[in-house]
Design a protein around this ligand. Structure first.
Ligand code: 13P
Ligand code: SF4
Length: 298
């Protein structure tokens, strides 16, 4: 029997749901019950009524699913599918920064550990970061951990943003010179990039948005060609959704190795052996949930 059939059989037998981030391998899309960006996946995981949630993504996404829906068994198929940017911020460091800026609110990007979320007033994703920051009453805002997303938010708010110095090794690979060259070669293409990109890439973009907002934008645009500045898996997803449109990456292109660790075999084994169970200590979970709930209520 093929792996896909085996996975579908186990899903039924164990009453499981498979959530898949846009950056996953195309074969993983084929076993997905839902594919989306971090915000959509958080919303979805809060409302799931199955017994098991298999999260095909990275650590912080599965952790958020558990924080929001702790009565379910949340499984991450690959133990070391960990976002390096999320690991750049630690709770102790955030507590120290809060002491130095006592009047500031703390906004943590969902790409953080549960411990960091527990130190935060509210979470955000790339889809709603500007809205979240502008919803706060404080003038000063500590933004953790992505400095580039913080700088992007700073362009769209009157607030004083205090960025943490983290970065995504995938989105910081793109070259402004390469983007200019690609644009010259395809002058009719629309440039859509993720807000984790460096400011010089943001400067050259027509649209800056989350991965699922890219899906929406391409669908709405009357352009036929697009230059996409995000993880390469997104281009696969866009090609599948819009086979008549043409997509180019911002040079030199970029792959998130951690996102690509999940394979059909690991999803099958995850369901079969019910591994790797993601949990968060209850004291941390309750505090982190407040920050996530506040974001979801916006
Ligand atoms: P999205 O929320 O846009 O899907 O992005 C998640 C992520 O990890 C970007 O690198
Ligand atoms: Fe983390 Fe960057 Fe990979 Fe997203 S693309 S999961 S931010 S390393």
């Amino acid at each position: 029997m093929k792996l896909i059939e085996k996975i579908n059989g186990l899903k039924k037998e164990k009453n499981a749901i498979i959530l898949v981030h846009n950056y996953q391998r195309p074969e993983i899309y084929r076993v997905a019950d839902f594919i989306g960006d971090s915000l959509e996946l958080s919303r979805k995981s809060a409302e799931i009524d199955a017994d098991i949630i298999v999260f095909c993504g990275v650590d912080f996404m599965a952790e958020s699913a558990y924080i929001l829906n702790p009565r379910k068994t949340v499984l991450l198929p690959v133990l070391d599918a960990r976002c390096p940017m999320a690991a750049m911020a630690d709770a102790e460091g955030v507590r120290e920064l809060k002491k130095r800026c006592p009047d500031a609110a703390v906004v943590s990007y969902v790409n953080t550990s549960a411990e960091v979320k527990a130190e935060s007033d509210i979470c955000c994703t790339s889809a709603n970061a500007v809205k979240v920051v502008n919803s706060l009453k404080q003038k000063d805002v500590i933004f953790v951990p992505d400095e580039n997303l913080a700088l992007y938010v700073a362009r769209h708010t009157e607030k004083h943003i205090i960025p943490w110095k983290g970065w995504c090794y995938v989105h910081t690979k793109f070259s402004a010179e390469g983007l200019k060259e690609t644009r010259k070669m395809h002058p009719n293409a629309e440039v859509i990039v993720h807000p984790e990109c460096k400011p010089e890439i943001i400067d050259l973009a027509d649209f800056v948005c989350s991965t699922s907002q890219m899906v929406k934008r391409v669908g709405e645009s009357d352009k036929e060609e697009f230059i996409i500045g995000t993880e390469v898996g997104m281009i696969e997803r866009l090609k599948m959704l819009y086979p008549k449109k043409i997509f180019y990456t911002v040079p030199p292109g970029a792959t998130c190795i951690q996102m690509k660790k999940t394979t059909l075999k690991s999803v099958f084994e995850s369901l079969d052996k019910e591994q790797y169970v993601v949990k968060v200590p209850e004291r941390v979970r309750l505090k982190a949930k407040k920050a996530l709930d506040r974001m979801l209520e916006l």
